[in-house]
Each structure stands twice: as structure tokens, then as C-alpha cells.
Design a protein around this ligand. Structure first.
Ligand SMILES: Nc1nc2c(c(=O)[nH]1)N[C@H]1C(S)=C(S)[C@@H](COP(=O)(O)O)O[C@H]1N2
Ligand SMILES: [Mo]
Length: 246
């Protein structure tokens, strides 16, 4: 799957009409759902997840229990992590780098937000609750150094990456999410811990989050290296005009 994905020609970052950029990028993401479906059928939510993943029309999103979500993974298989073996590390330009267990994260103050989710390929899921620890809380606890400008996210799928500027990362609607749809986040949705960036397209919300590194510059993430916008505000990026989500 990864090799098929990387054969997709990477759109030029500069000097191209946005229409072409988004078209190519959307093809990449659309094809991805199809390729990822067989692996995901093994998951707990596998049946509808698999069907939805094969449906480029989005109509299965209207089925009950499908919830409107497609399951995406750029990795062929992702290890399952539980409270026993899950770790989140926070390091980089901070005074107090540390690791968190799932129980340690669960003990921190929680924020619950209910907003629409919008994927850059077009599907939208209304009013989805996410609950977790504000990223700003973890950053403050770590003591971000003055030279810091950005945050880089890594995932235990071994492949996906994301990034935010420090200002974006400190927004109150950016969470290290532990719950989604008022349930602990299941494996297929990126559990036990995923990022949730409410005001941006859903590709910013990295699943299977395992690392937060404070850096001195934004390093474009997985899809951003394939032409998607780094500043992925819903409705004012990627050539789209969706209603904002936050
Ligand atoms: N680790 C990881 N995170 C990821 C992705 C991915 O492939 N791998 N896909 C992104 C995209 S494009 C979307 S739309 C959402 C999909 O989340 P879902 O699978 O819970 O619907 O996850 C985002 N985060
Ligand atoms: Mo997406």
C-alpha cells in the first residue's frame, strides 16, 4: 500500500493552480481509502468501515452506525496499543521532556468539544464529540523554550506525521484526544490517543499519536509533502470553501 501511495506523483508545491493541486491530492486520499479497506475489515468496526472505505461516492456515510467516517491509514498495518504499552513522549525544545502513560494522560484535566469533522476530500460528519487534554496544557507543563516555533507529531503506525505552529498548537480547540463520539477512541479511529485539531481539515488530526516534539520550524507532515496545505483551516485552505468547523 505504501508503495502504491508513493507512486502517486507529488504535486508541485509552488506555481501551480490550486485546482490541479487539490485534484491530485484528492485522488491520492480517495484511492487510499480503497487500498486501506481490507486491512481495516479486521477491526472491531470493520464491516461498515470496510464498506465505507470502498465507496468513493460517500453514500455509505449515510448508513446507521457508519457514523459518516471513513477510516484512513497510510500504513498497511498498525500495532494495537493499550494502557499497558501505550506511551506518548513530549520532547524537543522543552525544559522537561517526559513520557506519559495512558493512565497519566487520563488523570489530566479534560476538555470536551462538539464540532463538525471535515475531511479535505469532501465528507463531513456533523456534531462529533471529542474529549481530551488540551495540547497547550502539556506544552505548558513541559516548559517550551523561547526559541521554539512549532510542534511536530509522530505516530506509532511508523509513517504518518503532522505539524502545527506553536500558536496553532496552543489554541484551546486543539486536543490530545482520549475519547471520540463519547467513547474511548477505538483502534481504527487512531486510539488510544489521537490529535484533534478542531478548526482544520481532519488530516491534521493525527491518529495513533506517539510523539510530540517542539521544534524551531514547521516541518510539513505526510499529506503536506504531497501537496496539501500546512495551514489547513477548514474553508480557507486547499482551494475549498467548506463552512468552518471551529
Ligand atoms: N496516523 C494517521 N493519522 C491520520 C491519517 C492516517 O492515514 N494516518 N489520515 C488522516 C485523514 S486524511 C483523515 S480524514 C482522518 C481520518 O480519521 P478516521 O479514520 O478516524 O475517520 O485521520 C487523519 N489522521
Ligand atoms: Mo482526510
Amino acid at each position: 500500500m505504501n508503495s502504491e501511495q508513493s507512486e502517486e506523483p507529488a504535486p508541485e508545491r509552488d506555481g501551480r493552480p490550486i485546482g490541479r493541486r487539490v485534484f491530485l491530492g484528492t485522488l491520492g486520499l480517495g484511492a487510499l481509502g480503497v487500498v486501506a479497506a481490507p486491512a481495516l475489515q479486521r477491526g472491531v468496526e470493520g464491516f461498515l468501515g470496510g464498506v465505507a472505505g470502498k465507496d468513493p461516492t460517500g453514500l455509505t456515510g449515510l448508513l446507521p452506525n457508519g457514523g459518516g467516517f471513513r477510516y484512513y491509514s497510510v500504513a498497511a498495518s498498525v500495532p494495537h496499543k493499550t494502557a499497558v504499552d501505550y506511551r506518548l513522549t513530549l520532547d524537543g525544545l522543552v525544559d522537561h521532556p517526559r513520557g506519559y502513560t495512558l493512565d497519566e494522560l487520563r488523570a489530566l484535566p479534560r476538555t470536551r468539544l462538539v464540532k463538525d469533522v471535515q475531511c479535505v476530500t469532501g465528507w463531513r460528519v456533523p456534531g462529533t464529540p471529542f474529549e481530551g487534554v488540551r495540547l497547550s496544557h502539556l506544552l505548558d507543563a513541559a516548559g517550551v523554550r523561547p526559541s521554539a516555533k512549532a510542534v511536530r507529531f509522530t505516530c506509532f503506525d511508523g509513517t504518518y506525521t503532522e505539524s502545527l505552529t506553536l500558536d496553532q498548537a496552543r489554541r484551546p480547540d486543539v486536543l490530545v484526544a482520549l475519547r471520540m463520539q463519547d467513547k474511548d477512541i477505538g483502534h481504527d479511529h487512531g486510539g488510544p490517543v489521537r490529535l484533534y485539531v478542531a478548526p482544520m481539515y481532519f488530516y491534521k488530526s493525527a491518529k495513533w499519536l506517539s510523539g510530540i516534539t517542539v521544534t524551531d520550524r514547521v516541518e510539513p507532515g505526510y499529506w503536506e509533502n504531497l501537496g496539501y496545505d500546512v495551514d489547513a483551516w477548514v474553508g480557507r485552505s486547499n482551494g475549498r470553501d467548506d463552512e468552518p468547523t471551529s
